[in-house]
Write a protein that binds this ligand. Structure first.
Ligand code: GTP
Ligand code: MG
Ligand code: ZN
Length: 833
């Protein structure tokens, strides 16, 4: 038999992967049922009749097929230890299958449509690995008795609770549960991983409490009336806001009403702030979208700017948001106008939500019609998940913010909605009592000035203070609580940033006030205001100030010295002259980067650009056919921050890249439904901190790696995509091509993780056909697997792909130019896992 791969340690195994099989080949059975391992992944199997003849089988791989009904015949494989059934379309598993599979150790069922697990799965007492991610499971009760589990994955299901019994098993070392609507433990605890979940259940035993907290975000354009609404709701009566009192950044406040705790986040409406807003627009929040009815016109433009922009962004970022539309300024409109505008907005919103849904369903429907449906399982799963998200837009409430009764009416409506379980299923959380107490104590500490009033405090100070008030909690438990409070946005503790891990921002408003000093709509004015005395404090000259301003205007680059001066001024204004330690910590000094820059980098707001000194050997990397000059004006500005967001053209990039060539390596990453606001610049910031030299423009960026040039480009044709190219003239050998793919993989990895920040986004990847004017393309499947590939794994592009690929119009290319295929694929197998 041609597919017999011979003996491996005396065991017979067969590699039948990627052969377009619809049934099992009879050869497999002829050879006498001696098979120990069979790899059937990436075929088109719907059933596997005959498999039970292979009674010696220990390992069976059926991943990436078209199985919808769990094959009962598997029952006959009593020696089975390893079973891959992932990436199929299985809805249920009948009872009495697992009772026969008592030797099973490894079971992968991820990416199917399972709603339940059979109770008898507990018969598999030897199971150590179980992967159930990407299904529709609502509870995990059937698996709590699997006491030998070491690894368990249940990401992206519909779990609202995790059974605590599962975590009494001390053998469990790996557990992932992202992407579930969890209440117990809350998502914010699960995000901390296995040890946090275990601690949570232990603390819960002592004393549980149910907390109702709603983060309420006020969004909408400038002058819409957000601050007016926010302050009036807080006070319970109309609060006038001055016309020149524009919100800068975000204002945060807190109110308790009838046992519900509201955290109000009043966002500034100016577009400049959107780059920092992004970070604070978080899931499970309640959004009040304010629309100024007096300036609203009944037309497309007005709808787009005042309503659509915000709803679209929410749909991409947090697609399960709940949005209340509030029309302000009704006192400045006639009753007829209010009605007309209200109807217009309501109808257009309905249309837009409907269109979003139809588009997704259309895509979902079109997918399986393609040549090889099993290739699309991942994609279908992704889209179905997006269809399940339902952004809820509640009613439209027109109000006059200056009238008491309108404020009362709004308050009553909000309370009604918030207490409605259908609207807010996650508002009630089960938490150990201590979570609540610790939070209260932190506020006390600030109030009593046991910690400074800005609330930026070292853990060495905070933890002992808290411990003295809670003698039953140890450091780890306190840290778990702090981490939880960070995730719900009550405090901020960036433990993943090394330089900041030791400190906590007990008041988020302090952190935001730092951002506000440099990310603001009137920054140039602020720079102009810098006085000679302030300049002197940093040993700067007046002429430098002029350079800062022109660099900022022309090149989106802001000197670190200027940043230090602006922040110092702000801190001195609010917290007194004398706290030099705080100032140093935040703004840094010539030798040490301050925490502010670390944060801005962490949030992908700007790219710290380095001085081209011998200390930075990377900066001297040569690139093709030119001598590398040290004085690139944008990038090697010593000690500055680049804000790609403010760049206005691509001239420099174009000049360095020269022109495209059809033979360039070329990958298109489509982002659907559209590329989110600020996505490309975040990608550029993340990528350019890896490679240099680089050149950044408005929506293009070129970077070099060794002697190869790569281009990133945001494309806004009808479809929106990000293009990644590698220059063809620099690809002479097969090794060159492989090396270029390595860089492209790094870029795509960053792109892929960045995408996770927008839950409503999905990606499709193509390599366009390289022939001139041909529109055909080659679709990438399982590319996420390729991104995660470790040395031991099978490159999915080596399974079932020929050496040469042909587009539908007959143009041919070597596969390695279209896909990251490794040329010497070990056709003899031996890499079956
Ligand atoms: N007459 C009238 N004035 C209102 C109403 N709502 C808000 N205003 C006024 O409109 C102006 C702008 O309101 P703000 O609440 O500051 O607007 P904002 O949305 O917070 O604006 P940014 O902070 O710039 O994003 C203020 O002067 C308010 O007093 C209303 O219903 N009627
Ligand atoms: Mg405001
Ligand atoms: Zn073609």
């Amino acid at each position: 038999m041609s597919t017999l791969n011979g003996n491996q340690n005396g065991k017979t195994y067969y590699d039948l992967s990627g052969k377009k099989l619809k049934t099992l080949p009879t050869d497999l059975f002829k050879s006498g049922g001696d098979a120990v391992k069979v790899d059937l992944q990436s075929n088109r199997l719907k059933q596997i009749t005959g498999i039970s003849q292979l009674t010696n089988l220990k390992e069976l791989n059926l991943s990436k097929n078209e199985i919808t009904d769990f094959p009962l015949e598997i029952k006959g494989l009593r020696q089975l230890e390893t079973l891959y059934m992932n990436q199929n379309r299985i809805k249920t598993i009948p009872e009495n299958v697992f009772t026969a599979l008592v030797k099973l150790k490894f079971l992968k069922l991820s990416t199917n449509r399972l709603e339940n697990l059979p109770i008898d799965v507990k018969s598999c007492q030897d199971l150590t690995y179980l992967n159930l991610s990407n299904n529709c499971l609502k509870n995990l009760d059937p698996i709590v008795d699997l006491t030998h589990l070491k690894e368990l994955y249940v990401e992206r299901n519909q779990l609202s609770e995790l059974p605590d019994k599962l975590f009494q098993n001390n053998g469990l070392t790996q557990f992932k549960a992202n992407g579930n609507p969890l209440r117990k433990p809350p998502v914010e605890v699960c995000a901390g991983g296995l040890s946090d979940i275990k601690s949570y259940f232990i603390m819960l035993e002592e004393n549980a409490s149910h907390v109702y907290t709603v983060k309420t975000m006020f969004l909408g354009n400038s002058l819409a009336g957000k601050s007016t609404l926010c302050r009036s709701l807080e006070k319970g009566c109309p609060v006038p806001v001055e016309e020149n009192d524009r919100t800068v950044g975000i204002d945060i406040s807190e109110v308790n009403r009838d046992g519900i705790r509201f955290c109000f986040w009043d966002f500034a409406g100016h577009e400049e702030y959107y780059i920092t807003h992004h970070v604070f627009i978080t899931p499970q929040a309640f959004v009040i979208l304010a629309i100024n009815l007096s300036s609203y016109n009944v037309d497309d433009q007005s709808f787009k700017e005042n309503v659509e922009f915000w709803i679209k962004n929410l749909q991409l970022k947090v697609p399960d948001s709940v949005v209340l539309l509030v029309g302000t300024h009704v006192d400045q409109c006639t009753a007829a106008q209010v009605l007309e505008k209200k109807t217009h907005i309501e109808e257009r919103v309905k249309e837009m939500l409907e269109k979003h849904k139809v588009n997704l369903e259309q895509r979902r429907k079109n997918l399986p019609d393609e040549d090889n449906p099993s290739l699309n399982n991942d994609q279908i799963n992704q889209i179905e998940r997006l269809i399940e998200y339902k952004l809820k837009v509640l009613e439209f409430i027109p109000i006059d913010c200056t009238k008491q009764e309108d404020i009362n009416r709004l308050l009553a409506r909000i309370k009604n909605y918030v207490l409605n379980k259908d609207t807010f299923p996650n508002i009630e959380k089960t938490l150990p009592r201590s979570f609540y107490d610790v939070e209260k104590d932190i506020y006390e500490l600030v109030k009593n000035e046991d910690i400074p009033k800005h609330g930026y405090v070292s853990q060495n100070v905070l933890l002992p203070e808290l411990k003295s008030r809670h003698d039953t909690l140890d450091d780890d438990q306190l840290k778990l609580i702090l981490q939880y409070l960070h995730r719900i946005g009550v405090i901020m503790w960036y433990k993943e940033i090394t330089e900041l891990a030791g400190s906590v921002f007990v008041k988020p408003s302090f952190l935001i006030s730092l951002f506000k000093t440099i990310v603001r709509h009137d920054l140039v004015q602020e720079l102009n205001k810098i006085s000679p005395a302030q300049l002197k404090s940093e040993n700067a000259l007046v002429r430098e100030k002029k350079i800062w301003i022109s660099d900022y205007k022309d090149r989106a680059s802001l000197s670190n010295v200027a940043i230090r001066i602006l922040v110092r001024t702000e801190l001195q204004k609010n917290y007194g002259e004398n706290d030099e330690e705080l100032i140093q910590e935040v703004v840094g000094s010539k030798n040490k980067k301050g925490s502010l820059l670390e944060l801005l980098k962490h949030f992908d707001v700007c790219l710290p650009t380095k001085h081209n000194s011998p200390l930075n050997p990377k900066a001297n990397e040569f690139w093709p056919k030119q001598v590398w000059e040290a004085s690139n004006p944008i990038v090697y500005e010593p000690d500055a921050c680049l804000f790609p967001h403010y760049l206005s053209d691509n001239e420099q990039v174009k000049q360095k890249w020269e022109s495209d060539h059809t033979e360039d390596l070329n990958v298109h990453v489509y982002l659907l439904p559209e590329i989110p606001h600020g996505f490309f610049h975040r990608l550029v910031i993340r990528t350019c901190s890896l490679y240099s030299p680089y050149w950044i423009g408005k929506d293009q960026c070129m970077l070099c790696r060794g002697n190869k040039r790569f281009l990133l480009r945001e494309c806004h044709d009808e479809d929106q995509f990000i293009e990644i190219r590698c220059k063809e003239s620099e690809l002479e050998s097969s090794e060159d091509i492989q090396n270029a793919w390595i860089v492209i993989r790094e870029i795509m990895k960053r792109l892929n993780t960045l995408t996770e920040q927008w839950q409503g986004l999905y990606q499709i990847v193509h390599s366009p056909c390289k022939a001139q004017d041909c529109n055909d393309f080659f679709k990438w499947n399982y590319w996420q697997e390729w991104l995660e590939l470790e040395d031991s794994g099978t490159n999915p592009f080596n399974v079932g792909l020929d050496e040469i690929l042909t587009c539908r119009y007959g143009h041919q290319r070597r596969t390695e130019l279209l896909f990251p295929r490794t040329p010497d694929a070990d056709l003899n197998g031996g890499h079956m896992k």
